[in-house]
Design a binder for this molecule. Structure first.
Ligand code: ADQ
Length: 468
């Protein structure tokens, strides 16, 4: 079996057995893949250094080797806070109004990708499979090729891929996309993003896409496919049934004293549609005065990317909106929106999901969205809650039995909240059973097995056009 080299912006260390603390499904899946393949996970340490040295901090933990580098403050500014999170992230989430085009960002992005390539190069052996993650590192494969790497290399993009005319607003977009064609495998979350990418290479680059969605480029064949990411289903359902989850469940239930609970769990990001969600809930309260006071929205939103102005802005907007809505609808013994800016261990999160009658997942645009899947996995199948899901989340293509909504329509979401709260047990059960089957069968292990198989080049499905 070939060794696996995983490369991503940040590295998530494996959790020591029995240790407490949060670890995402992605980290769990990649760590288990790395253990199986005796692999190495390479990325930025998250630390800054006065001068870049390329020194590799190698650690071995629970069967997984990690290798990290420190970056200079200017790198972090231009590459991470700049090109990745001020240019590509908003553009890839259709927010051209928030997209900043700055020459220094572009240069910083290329410089850091070069630094990644130079640092990881000595670790790559001839038969290794190289798996690169996300929008921070799109040109890394091409830089490694220039440095003589002949290995099979793949890229998985966790975000959406934008429509061609939107991407065309990015200076040097052709160069960026051409660099991606040096990978052997390009993975997207859904066929929607895949089709958008294939449209770009046909219309903007004049390339031909083969029937199996592969592209012949400079004498090599690039396979482009959808690999919808899932959650670690076993780990999450175990967490939901554990003692810590039960305590969190009790704590939340007893605090609402018989009221119904709606839950939202998102990184504080403008792509997650939190403002529209709060307004929809407010409209629901206004339109159904007899139900006002009988339901609480718990929104858990830990701040992220706080150095970027648009994130400071969304945070202020939400604080103002929460204050306004609570001021309008609160009673002496009741506050309709509980807005909490912190993270919780996964076990507690699972208990909160289980306690909630409705999961409200309404991003304006999302590559996949794992919260929707976690909510489904955490429910009691005998008395499950209802999932309200944005039609613009990648997960809506799999979770078709959720109540799918247009998150921009405050009116539609408000009506759907009413429908969810009124839904009879029988309907809740059949919807949940179908959602659960999808979340269980297409879990994160399935995702990484499919990707690694395609990366190794022995994928029997590679020639089958995708339908999902
Ligand atoms: P994100 O945009 O971060 O991921 P998401 O898929 O919802 O979005 O994953 C968030 C993860 O963070 C979930 O596992 C969730 O439980 C956890 N989380 C969020 N708030 C938390 C809190 N307060 N406490 C603890 N944990 C919390 C990007 C893309 C998505 C894609 C994923 C994976 O934007 O579209 O689904 O990568 O590919």
């Amino acid at each position: 079996m070939s060794r696996l080299i995983v490369i991503s912006n940040r590295v998530s260390l494996p959790k020591a057995a029995g240790a407490a603390g949060a670890q995402g499904g992605l980290a769990v899946a990649l760590n288990s893949a790395l253990r199986e393949h005796r692999g190495i996970w390479f990325g930025w340490s998250g630390q800054e250094t006065a001068e870049f040295t390329g020194h590799l901090d190698m650690q071995r933990n629970d069967g997984v080797t990690t290798a990290t580098i420190d970056l200079e403050a200017q790198d972090v500014d231009e590459y991470y806070n700049g090109y990745a999170n001020r240019t590509l992230w908003p553009l890839f989430h259709y927010r051209i109004d928030l997209t900043e085009y700055d020459r220094n960002f572009g240069e910083g992005y290329e410089r850091v990708n070069e630094r990644f390539a130079d640092s990881v190069l000595p670790l790559i052996e001839p038969d290794d499979l190289v798996w690169v993650h996300d929008y921070h590192l799109l040109p890394l494969g091409s830089i490694l090729r220039d440095k003589g790497v002949k290995n099979r290399m793949g890229l998985f993009l966790h975000t959406p891929w934008p429509p061609t005319r939107l991407l065309a607003s990015l200076p040097f977009h052709e160069r960026l996309v051409a660099s991606m064609l040096e990978y052997d495998v390009l993975g997207f979350q859904t066929t929607e993003w895949l089709e958008s990418f294939l449209h770009y290479v046909q219309k903007e680059m004049g390339l031909k896409v083969n029937l199996d969605n592969s592209i012949d480029y400079k004498g090599r064949r690039v396979v482009a496919r959808a690999f919808p990411i899932g959650i670690d289903f076993t780990e999450f359902t175990e967490a939901a049934n554990g003692e810590e989850a039960r305590e969190a469940y009790q704590r939340l239930k007893s605090s609402v004293r018989g009221r119904k609970i709606l839950i939202g769990v998102d990184r504080l990001d403008y792509s997650k549609g939190l403002g529209e969600r709060f307004e929809s809930f407010s409209r629901f309260l206004g339109e159904h005065p007899h139900m006002a006071g009988s339901a609480v929205l718990l929104q858990i939103a830990p701040p992220s990317r706080g150095d970027v102005a648009s994130y400071q802005q969304i945070r202020e907007d939400l604080e103002r909106k929460t204050g306004h809505i609570n001021g309008a609808h609160a009673e002496v013994d009741f506050v309709p929106i509980r807005y909490v800016n912190r993270g919780y261990p996964r076990e507690q999160l699972a208990g909160f999901y289980r306690a909630a009658n409705v999961g409200v997942v309404t991003p304006l645009r999302d590559g996949m969205n794992l919260v929707a899947k976690e909510y489904v996995a955490a429910q009691d199948p005998e008395d499950p809650g209802v999932l309200i899901l944005s039609q613009f989340a990648g997960s809506a293509l799999q979770l078709k039995d959720a109540l799918l909504v247009n998150p921009h329509s405050v009116e539609h979401v408000a009506e759907t909240i009413k429908q969810a709260l009124d839904m009879p047990l029988a309907e809740r059960k059949w919807r949940h059973a179908r959602l659960l089957a999808s979340v269980r069968d297409e879990d994160v292990q399935h995702w990484r097995e499919q990707f690694v198989r395609a990366l190794a080049g022995n994928d029997k499905d590679a020639g089958v056009p995708q339908t999902q």
